[in-house]
Each structure stands twice: as C-alpha cells, then as structure tokens.
Design a protein around this ligand. Structure first.
Ligand code: ZN
Length: 423
C-alpha cells in the first residue's frame, strides 16, 4: 500500500484541533477566523508538497492543482471538502481520543459529562473490530465532518506528488468555507475550477456513493395583521399570531420530517417569529422529485387562502426561493462520474452502494450548475454531535478509492504517456 495511515492520522488530528465552527450570525465570509487559519495551514502544506499554485483566495477558499503525469488533453478531476464544522455543537478546543485496535464495546468519552458512544446506537461498530477509531472527549464535536474529507484529499495529493509513476490527468483541489450554514459554494467559480467532474469527500462510513439528494425550496410566509392597543381592539385588531397558529396547524402532519423517511418528501416549518402585526414562518419544502416542490408551494397557497377567508383582515404573502436541486437530475448528463467511482471500488475488491441523502450537499449545487459532483464516503459517523467519531481505516480506504478514481479517469479518456509528476 502506498499510503501511510500514521501520516493520515497525524494530519487529521492536526486539522481537528483548529476551531473552525461556522457562525450563522456572522456578517463576514468566511464566518469564523479559524477557517482562515486552517485554510492557510492546508495551503502551506500543499506548497511544501511541491504544489506551487496552491492559494487561499480572498474569500478563504483554497485552490490547488496536482499536475498531470500524463501528456495530452485529459479530463480534469476535482476533489472538494469543507473547512468549517457545524454550529450545532461546539468545535472549540477539540481534544481527540485515538482508540487503536478497537476490540468492541461502547466507547467512553473522557471529558466531563461522561458521554458514551453505544454500540446499540452505532451497530456499524461491530464490523470495525481491529480498526483505529477517533472520537472527541465528548465535550465538543470531533469535526470529522469534514476534516476527514480534508485529510483524505491532502493525503491523496501527497501520495500523488510522491509517486510520479501513477498515471493521471490534472487533479484540482478545492476546500470551501461555511458549508454547514449553506454557503459552501457561494464563491466557487466553475471556470476557475476548470474541472470536468468533481467529488465531494463528505459522506458517511465507507463505500457509499451519494448519487441523489433532495430538491429543496424555502418558503417564507409573511402573515400581516393589524395591531392596536388591546383596550380599544374590539372589531379592529387582527392578530397575525392567531392566524399563524392556524396556518401551522393546517400543515399536514403526515408530510413532516417526523413522519417521513426513505423517498418521501416533506414540508417543515422551522422558524416562526413576529408579533400581532406580522408573523413570519419559514418552511422547508423537500422532495426527491423536483416537480413535487411546486405542488408543495401550491399546498401553502391553498392554506393561505383558507386562513385569509377565516381571518378577515389578514393578508398572507408567500415567497418561494429555490435552494438546491436533486443531484440525480444533473448526474444523468455525466454518467461516468458515478460509474467510474463504482469501478474504483470494484478494482479494490469492494462493492459500492449507491445511496440517497435526505438533504443536500455542496455537490447538489455544483451538479445543478453543470459540474457533476457525487459525494463519497469519508469515514464519518454521527456528524454534528459530541458523539461523533471516525474510522481511520475507512478514511484510508477513501484515499485508496480516490487514487483508483484518478487513474480510471485518465485511462478511460485516452491512453497517454507518463511524463513524471513535475515534468
Ligand atoms: Zn459536511
């Protein structure tokens, strides 16, 4: 095996110690200083590998190219991971715990609070005896989402730079910011990336290829009433709060995230704010069938008409904004993106699973913009949680998959001649 698990582990531990939690309330990009710090570190590590064009741009994104070892006009393959971690759990002062040669059983986390990662809730642990696992101390998240992805791509880059006998075309590396707060690809210029295909390394476990995501819209429902002092309110006040309550009650419960799974979509009210004069409801519209989103929007308009009829004086405005589209729609335009990933697993004696995400990835948006970008497994488990953990062995397997993948893209495109990495 070409790659070093020790180096991969050291890399991962170095990255998770940097506090890169993204912040929803920030008015700057990226939303936290730690993302600048981690991006700068990665950039200097890439330069130390001999990748001269590695840069951190004015938005904090890191761009780099591993030069081709083959001559000719070969497809450019990009790999992406994100620098930030979820604001749902603190990422400040991550103290990783490394468990070598895991022998089974629950994982006790050493920090205050005595949290435990239970096998009963993580049955996949039963398949991982003998592996190296990493957890946090239980007081923060670990940050495997997505520093596992960063470490895998960095290890891929270093392995390629050290082994110029590996035949591949140009490999583009892109590390993005603020993915967890929905702004991962805001400043990604596809012309600058110049890739023919891309892969995000941000998936769970091992051997999954995420090939379908939700299509997603956001509906902002503004309910306007009439406010006046309660003492003189008779026949004059129109209370938007009462109308909003009635509106929320009419959203079908069987179409909620709490009541759906698998291939079912949902409508999910997740923010309500306001007062007597005006209430705003934010509702997520989600379905794997993009066409269904317009029917969900129509459902909201029907509920609005019913509420307006029942509450004279109430006016309801519904603004539906597109968020992202099912990756599967765009992947049909570049079927090799998935079939070559399946082939990479096959050559390693593994069977890839084609999987569906009840959410979106940065790849959903990149694919929608014309760059086919499936998501690959990266050894992550329990993201966004103090009970997060990764398997180093699964991360190493992901490096192997990417190594196969770059070779498959090169050989399928056109047989070329090895020139040497820096030649
Ligand atoms: Zn992620």
């Amino acid at each position: 095996m070409l790659l070093s698990q020790d180096r991969l582990l050291e890399r991962f531990l170095r990255y998770v110690r940097i506090h890169t939690t993204s912040r929803d309330d920030a008015d700057c990009y990226p939303s936290s200083a730690g993302q600048w710090e981690l991006g700068k570190l990665l950039c200097s590590e890439l330069q130390s590998m001999g990748i001269g064009d590695a840069v951190q741009d004015e938005h904090g994104l890191v761009w780099a190219t591993v030069p081709a070892t083959l001559k000719g006009d070969l497809p450019v393959v990009a790999f992406n991971a994100h620098l930030d971690t979820s604001p749902e759990t603190s990422g400040d002062g991550v103290t990783p715990q490394v468990i070598h040669d895991y022998s089974g059983g629950d994982l006790c986390l050493p920090g205050i609070g005595g949290r435990v990662i239970e096998v009963a809730e993580n049955p996949e642990l039963n398949q991982l005896h003998g592996q190296t696992l990493v957890t946090s101390d239980g007081t923060t998240l670990l940050g495997g989402d997505d520093k596992a992805g960063l470490a895998i791509i960095m290890e891929l880059a270093e392995t390629l730079m050290e082994n110029s006998q590996i035949a591949h075309g140009p490999i583009r590396i892109l590390f993005t910011c603020d993915e967890e707060i929905g702004h991962g690809v805001d400043y990604v210029d596809l012309d600058r990336l110049g890739a023919d295909v891309a892969y995000t390394l941000d998936g769970a476990g091992a051997n999954d290829i995420d090939v379908a995501t939700f299509s997603a819209d956001l509906a902002v429902v503004t309910i306007r009433g009439v406010n006046i002092h309660p003492s003189i309110a008779k026949d004059r006040m129109v209370n938007a709060i009462r109308a909003a309550g009635a509106f929320a009650a009419l959203l079908p419960r069987e179409q909620s995230p709490e009541a759906t799974s698998g291939q079912e979509g949902f409508l999910h009210p997740y923010v309500i704010e306001g007062g007597v004069a005006e209430v705003t409801l934010k509702i997520l519209l989600r379905d794997f069938e993009t066409d269904q989103l317009s029917l969900q929007g129509e459902q909201l308009r029907q509920i609005a008409a019913e509420i307006e009829a029942g509450f004279p004086g109430i006016a309801i405005a519904i603004d539906v904004r597109s968020q992202y589209r099912n990756m599967a729609d765009g992947l049909t335009r570049e079927p090799r993106a998935v079939s070559f990933a399946v082939e990479a697993h096959r050559r390693l004696g593994r069977t890839a699973r084609l999987t569906t995400v009840r959410g979106g990835t940065d790849g959903s948006q990149l694919t929608e913009r014309g760059l086919a970008t499936p998501n690959l497994s990266s050894g992550q488990h329990n993201p966004h949680s103090p009970l997060e953990w990764v398997s180093l062995d699964e991360m190493a397997q992901a490096v192997e998959v990417t190594l196969e993948l770059v070779q498959i893209w090169a050989e399928q495109a056109s047989p070329g001649e090895v020139t040497g990495n820096l030649g």
